[in-house]
Each structure stands twice: as structure tokens, then as C-alpha cells.
Design a protein around this ligand. Sequence first.
Ligand SMILES: [Zn+2]
Ligand SMILES: [Zn+2]
Length: 363
Amino acid sequence: MKGRLVALVGPEQVELHEYDLPEIPPGAALLKVRRANVCGSDLHIWHFLSVAFRDIVMGHEFVAEVAELGEGLTTDSAGQPLKVGDRVAAVYYHTCLKCAACGRGDFSMCSNAVASMGAPPTSPPHFTGAFATHYFLSPGQFFYKVPDEVSDAAVAGANCGLAQMMFSLDKVGVRRGTNVVIQGAGGLGLYAAAVANRSGANVIVVEREPVRIAAARLFGAHHIVDMSELTTVEERTQRILDLTKGIGADAIIEVTGRSEAFAEAIEYARVGASIASVGNLNVGEKFELKFAPAWITRKQLRIVGVLRYDPWYLRDAIQFLADNGDRFPFDALTDRVFTMDEVIEALELSESRIVSRAAIIPV
Ligand SMILES: [Zn+2]
Ligand SMILES: [Zn+2]
């Protein structure tokens, strides 16, 4: 039997390739992709801006079903029994359990994280990305069963955005009573708002676009700092002081991908605050230092960069969707569905922001 996949062959150049489905060794599994999302980092990769991901199969944010289980693989990574046809979500990166980071328990920092997803489509097992009919789950790769009450549309983003936001909120200590500022209400910001809301935090979202502001309210924002009304950093900072009894934010999550947002987070921060830098991924981007580094010292700030997440956060993300599916409209995050033959259109419309979240359903 053959399967198809979307291979990235050059900047903004993708091709549909067809390969025999791989042999499944012990401990591995063959998954049938049910739905994959176009994530912001897929656009970054599509433009050839990522050095690690060039000659690859595109896509990493997805839900699938078990097509074939390798010998010895009888449960998911939480010990739940598994059979062919079960829906699962997989951690998209590799944890080798052998490198220095894995040895410390810092699984999100595994130095071999890209071992499988950075593999070229031409070499077996070929199916190492999610824009494909099938996906090869490596032995040892973390993955979790998806309960029936969680839809494909809701869970497709769990293994990237939602798990990463749950990890980020933990990293900056968001809990009951925390004044948390979320910069940007794209997919990541909405997930962050929903999780922070359920943690009992006071959720403040900074955003400019009316559609995103409306979405932020649906996803648990208590307060909006509207950048179209408050046009200067000073005005926005004052608003955040007003919303936090004059103290400033305890925690800030930057998910805009704009370097100036990082500088602005330092303004919002109270003394001793924590800032998670998540959205800025482009190492080529220039950053004009608008603040004196002394402010980091004087404000005693804790700044943490977050890339990926520890694998078990995916288990918690799926549980969060099961528990809160009727509270937040996770299904409605996707505004358009494409086939595999329409991948270029899906990427282009996502890039131009005509579509805010595209999903690909392989046929
Ligand atoms: Zn992603
Ligand atoms: Zn490792």
C-alpha cells in the first residue's frame, strides 16, 4: 500500500510525493492522519527560514488514528490500552532519553528533538510529517489516546499550541490570583487565555484586531488592552497598572512574534515578575533595545524562553479539552479546511491571514 505526503523541496516550494508505507518495527506504529493544522512555524519553515527543517515532510500539528501497531506496543504513553482505529495525538518531536538535557529531565530541550521531523522525505520511513496520509510514530515517541468527547477539530492543535501554552503558564507561575498579561490573541494567545482563566488567574489580553479581541473574550480574557485605542506603550502600561491595583503584571506571555512586544513586556512587569518569550522565533530579526538592561536587574525579572514542552503536557492538554470543551469554542478555531492537493493555497491564505487557522484533511 502507498501513502502520500507533502515534501518541502525549496523556499515556498512543495511537492506531493507517493511512497510505499513503511514496515513497522517493534515499539513503533503507523498512524493514519485525520487532520493537520497549518501552524505559524509551518509558514516559517515553508519560507526556508528554519535551518533545521528544509528537506522535510511538512506539518506537525495533528490528530491521527492507529493503523498498525508494532510488536510490543500495547498502550499509549499514559498506559491506556490501545487498538487499531483508536484516535491519538503524538508529541511532534523526539525525546532521545540519552542526551544531557533528557538526562536532566529537560525533555523539551532534547538535543535530538528534530531527529525524526528533520528527516528527508526520500528516505524511509518517509512519513515523518503531518501533511500526509500517514505518520510513522517512532519507538519511544510520546503519544496519547484522545477520548471520544474531544473532536478532531479541537484536538488537532493540542500537540503544539495548547500543550506549549500550558507549559509556558507553568513556567511563569500562573495560578489563582495571578495577574497575567497575554500579548497577542492568535491561536497561542487564545489557548493561553483559556488555560489561565481556568487556573483562576486575572487574564489581560493585549491585541489590536477586532476579530481577535472578540475571540479573546470567548476564550476567557477578563480584560482587553485594545492597541487600536491605546496607541502608545505608555498608555497601555498605564492601563495594565490600572487593572492590577497599580502593581503591574505578575506574569507576561509574549505570543506575538514581534520583537518590540518583548520590550513592552518589560514595561508591564511588576518587580519580580516572570516573562515567557514564546512568539519570537526568527533569529534574523533585528531588535532595537528600547529598554536599559538595568531594568531587568532593577525589576528583578525572570525571563524564560519556551520552545516545545515537556511531553506529558500533551496528556494534560487533551484532558483540558475533555474538561472544558463546552466552556470554550475550540472547534471554531479552524476557519477553513483544505485537502492535501490544496496545501499551497492553505499556506498562502494562512500567510496573508485571510484564513486564521487552516486545517488539512488528507484524502
Ligand atoms: Zn506548531
Ligand atoms: Zn534527548
